[in-house]
Design a protein around this ligand. Structure first.
Ligand code: SAM
Length: 202
């Protein structure tokens, strides 16, 4: 699938992000994600980790930030950052799609400045939908695409629906999936409640 950019390009991007974050601090963007203490946050395409320290502070000691990137330098930079700042609630994941996280285990996904780079957005969105809790939020920031393109790419997947438009981000909710719909419980004689309702014309 996606290939990491050359190391020099990654180093230049990291330097540019330092300037970007000085001129436009990331705080107001992250604030729109609604991260709560104790949350499990997945920063998909974390890059050099611009959002990691603030996300780690927001989730606190009982939460976790999973910082995922396909670039080995991103993983190294986030691990160095977490070590320097003593962030014990940060875990790195080196991947271009699969997270290895359990189904329905993540409260907030950060998809910041990466949607435009994905060669297979459907595969990535499928994985994000799988790991996101049914009441979780995918917070999206995409400076390289207009709103129409963002919304159509997300709704083409049929996995997410726009819940809120913030000043800097869009919040998407996962669309219900059959695995999230409870099956009718069988009654004592093995006849399902659904069958009971159907027989009674409900
Ligand atoms: C433009 S940077 C944004 C970094 C960070 N989210 C930010 O806004 O500061 C995009 C990052 O996504 C990573 N990336 C691109 N495609 C990816 C994929 N399929 N899976 C994981 N990471 C990916 C790149 O390596 C890069 O670090």
């Amino acid at each position: 699938m996606d290939k990491p950019m050359p190391n020099l390009a990654f180093q230049m991007m990291s330097a540019m992000f330092k300037l970007r974050d000085l001129l436009r601090p990331r705080g107001p963007i992250l604030a729109e994600a609604g991260i709560e203490p104790g949350d499990r946050v997945l920063d998909f395409g974390c890059g050099p980790g611009a959002y990691v320290p603030a996300a780690a502070e927001r989730v606190g000691a009982t939460g976790v930030v999973y910082a995922l990137d396909l670039h080995p330098l991103a993983i190294q930079k986030v691990e160095d950052l977490a070590g320097r700042k003593r962030l014990t609630n940060v875990r790195t994941i080196h991947s271009d799609c699969n997270t290895g996280l359990p189904d329905d285990s993540v409260d907030v996904v950060l998809l910041y400045d990466i949607l435009h780079m994905l060669s297979d957005p459907h595969a990535v969105l499928g994985e994000l939908h799988r790991v996101l809790k049914p009441d979780g939020v995918l917070s999206l920031n995409e400076p390289h695409m207009g709103e129409e393109d963002v919304v159509s790419r997300m709704s083409d997947s049929r996995l997410f629906t726009m819940a809120r438009r913030g000043e800097h981000t869009y919040s998407f909710a996962p669309v219900s999936h059959p695995r999230h719909i409870e099956q009718p419980a069988p009654s004592a004689d093995g006849v399902s409640l659904l069958g009971h309702l159907e027989r009674n014309g409900a």
